[in-house]
Design a protein around this ligand. Structure first.
Ligand code: SF4
Ligand code: FES
Length: 243
């Protein structure tokens, strides 16, 4: 290969759409440069090789959270993941644990449903796209990409697990309730499928592209729940010890 020829990478891309008997993988050879991202390459495939490839993106700069997928088995934002350094064969798959809508696009309804009980809507009022939407507000830092839920080994086996992003949102609510009821938040997470279900794998914090560190938030929730229990027990003990 001469120096001015681009390096070629083989993308092995998960394909599935409603009605297919089973998923399959299609292979595409793509030219890459040192700054080519996975999303660049997939958009190139769609433009030049297969216009039916389904994927989702918006901002192109790690801010909207819509381009989450697994690349060589790891949850990433495709728009900021460079192909250089990932090898000559790269496997691209949708996020895990959510129904596939088409190819690399999953249904995020389960992710958003988990966040619902926080009572904290998702997008800042100032970011509201349409006035007819209900009053929405964003949990700071989290870009709602769902990478943490896809990477979480507990979520993979327990569909009722609240999951890292929702628990991190709960932790943030306790820090700054802004109208939320802390007792209700604690009641929500103090559950076998809540803060206690985490196995401390820390995969969520590993993959989070926004520095939320959900695992640390979950450990903080546990400490708070234990502290509250101990002070309730101490109060009970004091009352019983009174003559
Ligand atoms: S906590 Fe991090 S990984 Fe999880 S949805 Fe929010 S930004 Fe994404
Ligand atoms: S396209 Fe917005 S985060 Fe990747």
């Amino acid at each position: 290969m001469s120096e001015d020829q681009p390096r070629m990478v083989l993308l092995r891309v998960f394909r599935y759409r409603s009605g297919d008997e089973a998923p399959r993988y299609d292979e595409f050879r793509v030219p890459i440069g040192p700054r080519t991202t996975v999303l660049d390459a997939l958009l190139g495939v769609r433009r030049l090789q297969d216009p039916t490839l389904t994927l989702r993106h918006s901002c192109l700069h790690a801010s909207c959270g819509t381009c989450g997928m697994r690349v060589n088995g790891r949850e990433v934002l495709a728009c900021v993941t460079r192909l250089d350094g990932l090898g000559d064969r790269v496997v691209v798959e949708p996020l895990a644990g959510a129904p596939v809508v088409g190819d690399l696009v999953v249904d995020m309804e389960g992710f958003y449903r988990r966040l619902g009980p926080s009572g904290r809507p998702l997008v800042r009022a100032s970011e509201q796209a349409a006035p007819e939407l209900p009053d929405l507000e964003r949990f700071e830092d989290c870009i709602e990409c769902g990478l943490c839920l896809s990477a979480c080994p507990v979520a993979a086996t327990d569909p009722r697990y609240l999951g890292p992003a929702a628990l991190a949102a709960a932790g943030r609510l306790l820090e700054e309730p802004r109208g939320a009821d802390p007792a209700a938040v604690l009641g929500w997470v103090d559950d076998a499928h809540g803060a206690w279900r985490c196995h401390v794998a820390f995969e969520c914090s590993e993959v989070c592209p926004a520095g939320v560190e959900p695992a640390g938030a979950i450990m903080g929730l546990r400490r708070r729940l234990l502290r509250d229990r101990l002070s309730r027990l101490a109060g009970l003990h004091d009352r019983e010890a009174r003559p």
